[in-house]
Design a protein around this ligand. Structure first.
Ligand code: ADP
Ligand code: MG
Length: 694
C-alpha cells in the first residue's frame, strides 16, 4: 500500500494539497511527473550570449554591487553580476535579507536561472546560487527540470524541492515496488526497458542515450494504451452494433447524378462516397471521419451520401456548428435538390413555435427526408421516424458526448459521418479518432489557384486599401476579419466597430456589411444574404465566418491583428477565399513588432497553403494539446511524456502492437491479457474525459 503524499518526506499536508490540486495524488503520480526538459549542468553560458527566450542556463562570475530599490510591494533587491564578457542584473523580490547576506563581491558564484527580458534588457530573477562551486560536481550531469504551477511556486516547491520529493518517493517505494505495466512478452520481444528502470532513468539520467531508451519505453507505453483503448472500443462497437443496412445506392443519387449535378465530382469525392456506401451496406454501423482541407468539396460528398439514404426511404440529418453555416447548407441543399421531390427542412435554435412544431412532426412521421440544423438537432424532443445517417460538419466544434447522443436517435444506431476541415495531422487523427475509420479528400476541385498570401504591417494601410479597391473594381468581394478572442471582450468589439466605420469611410462607393456573434439571428442572416447575393461588397466580421462559409466570388481575405490568431484558425479563415476560379488573396495585417513564434506563424502561412503541412507546423509550435478541439475530442487519457508532434513513429509502432494484442484477444478477457486489462482499467478510472461511444 503506497503512502499518502502528505507523509512523504519533504511534502507535508500543505504541499500535498497543492500537489493534489495539480493532479498529483499518489506516489505513483509523483514518479509520472516527468521532467519536461533537462539542463546540461556542465555548460556555462557567457552573459553576452543570453537571450530572453532561453530556458534555464548557468552563468559563472562575480557580483559587482547590490542594492535594495523600490517601495512596498515593488521593493526588490538587485545586483549586478559580471563574468568578463558582460554584466546582467539579478533580481530578488522575496527573501531579500537572506540573499543580501549570502552574496558578496569577492567570491565567484555559479548562477542557475532563466533569462527574462525587462524593459528591453535581459535580467534574471531568483536564480539558484552556489558560492565557489565545485565545478567537477556538475560535469556531464543532466539536471531534470520540472514544470511548476503558480500554486507549486507559492508553496515553495521549487525545482530543487521537486527533485528531492522525487528522490524521497523512490527511496520509499524502492525500484522493486514498481510494477511492470506491459506484458513481459512485449517488453522482451521489442527489447523495451523495464518500467522501474525507465522511471528511475527519466528522473536521474546518467547520459542522453540511456535517457532516450527510457523515454522511448514510457512513450511507447502511453501510446500503446491509448491505441488499445480506442481500438478495443471500436472492436466492441463492430461486434455489437448491427447497423442499418442500405443495400442499394437508390434512385435519388442516380437522378441527382444525371440531372442536377453542377460539376463533375473529383476523383477523391467519388472515392469517399464509395467508401461511405460500402460502410452503409455492410450491415454494421458506420463511424467514419472525412478529412478534407477547406474548399475540397465536403458538402457535395455529404449530399451524395444523404441521397443514398433518402433513396432507401430513410432520413438523414446534417448538423453544423453555427446557424450561419446551417442556413447556408439549407439554402444550397434546397437549391440543388429542387424538383426532386425530396423534402428538406431546417432546425436551429431560432426556429420557433409553429414552424418548429411542424418540423418536429415532419421528422417524427417521416414527412421530412433531410434536416439541416445545429445542436438543436440533438435535443431529446427531436425524434425521427427512421434516421439512418447523421452528417456532422466541422466536427472539431462537437464533443464526443454530443456525437454519442445522436446514436440514440434510432433503434439501430444511425450511421455517422464526421466531416472535418481541421487538417488534423495523421498521428493525431490516429490517436483521437482511433475509433473511427478515416477517409481523406486529398484533391481539390479543378481550376483552383492557391490563395496568394501576403504579410502587411499596419503602417501600410493605404497600400492595403488600394489593393482591396482594385479587386472590388473587378467585381470581386472582400472579407475583413477582426479577432474576437472572447465574445465578451469589450476592447475587441470596439476594434471591430471602429474597423467597420473606418472601412465604410474608406470605401464610400461600396456597401459594407458586418457580422458578429452578438447579432440576432435575423440580423446575421440579413448580412450574410447581402454578402452572398453580392449586394454588399465588403464584409467586416469576426471569426463567426471561420467555418464553412461559402461565397465563391469573394477573392480577398484581410485578417486584422493576425498575430492574435493561431495557425489553424488563420488557415480556416483563408479557406473562405479561393473558392472560385479567380486568383484570391489573403492579407495578414500585423503590428510592426512581432514575437518570434508569431513571426514564424506568419511565415508559414505565407509560404504554404497545404492544410496538413500547416497543421503539422502548428503542432510543432504549440504542442498537440492546444490544437483546436483536441482537448474534448476524446484522447482517452492525458499524455504525459509522448508528444504527438514528434513521436509519430512510436505511435505507429504502438498502434501495430495494440492491433496485434487485440488480434490475439479482441476483448482482452483472456488470462494472457491480465496485465494490460488491469492497467487499462486503472488508466480509465483516473482519466477525466474518457467517454465511451456506444
Ligand atoms: P469544404 O470542403 O470546405 O466544405 P465546400 O463543400 O464548401 O468545401 O466546397 C467548396 C466550393 O467548391 C463550393 O463552391 C463547391 O460548390 C465547389 N465544389 C465542390 N466540389 C466541386 C467539384 N467537384 N468541382 C468544382 N467545384 C466544386
Ligand atoms: Mg464545409
Amino acid at each position: 500500500m503506497a503512502k499518502e503524499l502528505q507523509y512523504v518526506k519533504g511534502i507535508g499536508p500543505k504541499r500535498a494539497e497543492v500537489l493534489n490540486r495539480d493532479g498529483i495524488m499518489t506516489e505513483a503520480d509523483v514518479l509520472e511527473y516527468y521532467p519536461y526538459r533537462y539542463v546540461d549542468r556542465s555548460k556555462i553560458y557567457a552573459i553576452t550570449e543570453l537571450r530572453a527566450d532561453m530556458s534555464y542556463v548557468q552563468i559563472y562570475g562575480r557580483f559587482m554591487s547590490k542594492q535594495v530599490v523600490g517601495e512596498g510591494s515593488r521593493k526588490r533587491l538587485t545586483a549586478q553580476f559580471a563574468d568578463g564578457t558582460g554584466a546582467i542584473e539579478i533580481v530578488w523580490f522575496k527573501g531579500m535579507n537572506y540573499v543580501a547576506d549570502q552574496i558578496n563581491t569577492t567570491d565567484h558564484f555559479l548562477l542557475f536561472g532563466k533569462p527574462t527580458s525587462f524593459g528591453g534588457r535581459i535580467n534574471m530573477a531568483h536564480p539558484e546560487m552556489e558560492r565557489e562551486p565545485d565545478r567537477a560536481k556538475f560535469e556531464g550531469k543532466l539536471m531534470p527540470i520540472y514544470s511548476s504551477t503558480d500554486g507549486m511556486r507559492r508553496a515553495g516547491i521549487s525545482n530543487k524541492v521537486m527533485q528531492s520529493i522525487v528522490a524521497n518517493v523512490f527511496a520509499d517505494i524502492t525500484l522493486g515496488g514498481i510494477a511492470e505495466t506491459l506484458p513481459t512478452e512485449l517488453t522482451r520481444r521489442h527489447n523495451l526497458m523495464g518500467r522501474a528502470q525507465a522511471l528511475w532513468t527519466i528522473h536521474n539520467p546518467s547520459d542522453l542515450q540511456t535517457l532516450e531508451v527510457a523515454r522511448f519505453r514510457m512513450k511507447f507505453e502511453e501510446l500503446f494504451y491509448v491505441q488499445l483503448a480506442l481500438l478495443r472500443n471500436r472492436n466492441v462497437n463492430l461486434r455489437k452494433s448491427d447497423g442499418i443496412s442500405l443495400d442499394k445506392p437508390g434512385a435519388h443519387l442516380s437522378e441527382f447524378y444525371a440531372k442536377h449535378l453542377k460539376f463533375e465530382p473529383t476523383g477523391a469525392q467519388k472515392r469517399v462516397v464509395h467508401e461511405v456506401w460500402a460502410d452503409m451496406k455492410s450491415g454494421r454501423q458506420m463511424n467514419r471521419l472525412v478529412q478534407g482541407d477547406v474548399g475540397s468539396g465536403k458538402t457535395l460528398v455529404a449530399l451524395m451520401c444523404m441521397l443514398i439514404v433518402t433513396g432507401n426511404g430513410k432520413q438523414a440529418c446534417l448538423m453544423a456548428p453555427t446557424e450561419i453555416l446551417a442556413n447556408q447548407h439549407f439554402e444550397s441543399l434546397t437549391g440543388e435538390l429542387s424538383g426532386m421531390g425530396i423534402k428538406v427542412a431546417m432546425l436551429t435554435g431560432s426556429v420557433k413555435s409553429k414552424a418548429r412544431k411542424e418540423v418536429l412532426a415532419g421528422l417524427a412521421n417521416g414527412g421530412i427526408d433531410i434536416v439541416v440544423g445545429t445542436h438543436a438537432l440533438i435535443e431529446p424532443t427531436v425524434t425521427f421516424k427512421d434516421l439512418a445517417l447523421c452528417v456532422i460538419d466541422e466536427q472539431h466544434r462537437f464533443g464526443v458526448e454530443q456525437r454519442a447522443k445522436l446514436w440514440a436517435k434510432n433503434t439501430r444506431p444511425p450511421h455517422v459521418l464526421v466531416m472535418t476541415a481541421t487538417p488534423i495531422p495523421r498521428t493525431l487523427a490516429m490517436t483521437i479518432y482511433g475509433d473511427l475509420d478515416v477517409s481523406v479528400i486529398d484533391e481539390m476541385p479543378p481550376g483552383r489557384k492557391p490563395v496568394a498570401t501576403e504579410h502587411y504591417y499596419n503602417s501600410t494601410r493605404n497600400r492595403l486599401n488600394a489593393f482591396i479597391r482594385s479587386e472590388l473594381k473587378k467585381g470581386r468581394q472582400a472579407y475583413i476579419v477582426y479577432p474576437l478572442i472572447k465574445e465578451s471582450e469589450r476592447m475587441d468589439y470596439k476594434n471591430l466597430e471602429e474597423g467597420y466605420e473606418f472601412t465604410r469611410q474608406c470605401f464610400p462607393e461600396y456597401r459594407v456589411c458586418m457580422v458578429h456573434g452578438k447579432l440576432k439571428a435575423e440580423e446575421k442572416d440579413e448580412a450574410m444574404r447581402q454578402f452572398s447575393s453580392g449586394e454588399a461588397q465588403i464584409m467586416v466580421a469576426t471569426t463567426v465566418i471561420e467555418v464553412g462559409v461559402n461565397v465563391p466570388n469573394a477573392s480577398v481575405m484581410v485578417i486584422e491583428s493576425a498575430e492574435r490568431f493561431g495557425l489553424s484558425q488563420l488557415h480556416q479563415l483563408r479557406g473562405r477565399v479561393g473558392r472560385g476560379a479567380e486568383q484570391s488573396y489573403c492579407i495578414l495585417m500585423t503590428a510592426n513588432e512581432l514575437a518570434r513564434d508569431t513571426r514564424r506563424r506568419i511565415e508559414i502561412m505565407c509560404s504554404s497553403t497545404d492544410g496538413f503541412e500547416i497543421a503539422e507546423a502548428d503542432m510543432r509550435l504549440r504542442g498537440p494539446g492546444d490544437i483546436d478541439g483536441t482537448q474534448q475530442s476524446g484522447v482517452p487519457f492525458q499524455l504525459k511524456v509522448a508528444d504527438l508532434a514528434r513521436d509519430g513513429q512510436i505511435l505507429s509502432f504502438a498502434r501495430d502492437c495494440a492491433l496485434e494484442t487485440l488480434k490475439d484477444d479482441p476483448t482482452l478477457s483472456g488470462p494472457q491479457s491480465a496485465v494490460v486489462r488491469n492497467r487499462l482499467m486503472e488508466l480509465q478510472s483516473t482519466s477525466v474525459n474518457w467517454s465511451m461511444i456506444s
